[in-house]
Write a protein that binds this ligand. Structure first.
Ligand code: SF4
Ligand code: SF4
Length: 95
């Protein structure tokens, strides 16, 4: 089992020093963003009560669990319900 980082990552570096397994690196496999080495990620099992990368990550949807579900889903960090955000974005784009 391992987590992954997707294209929403903004390369803020916050997660990298917190990983107890040294599983996070910048530009892994030549990608221009941070990534998790699936062979090293332990999901922080036995080291911390919660995954440290997801606990510090400021971007909703950037870190996924092994099933592909966001650990910080839309609205979980901003407090803005996804439908309200979509409405606001549509209003802004209509200006
Ligand atoms: S879940 Fe834990 S072990 Fe896995 S990448 Fe995140 S901080 Fe590292
Ligand atoms: S904390 Fe989140 S946004 Fe920052 S580098 Fe890690 S995955 Fe990317």
């Amino acid at each position: 089992m391992a987590f992954s980082i997707n294209e929403h990552c903004v390369n803020c570096w916050a997660c990298l020093p917190l990983c107890p397994s040294a599983a996070i690196s910048a530009n892994l496999d030549g990608r221009a963003r941070f990534a998790i080495d699936l062979r090293k990620c332990t999901e922080c099992d036995g080291a911390h009560a919660e995954p440290q990368c997801a606990a510090i990550c400021p971007i909703e949807g950037a870190i996924l669990d092994a099933a592909g579900a966001a650990l910080n889903p839309p609205g979980s960090l901003t407090g803005i319900p996804p439908h309200r955000l979509a409405e606001a974005m549509a209003e802004i784009q209509a200006r």
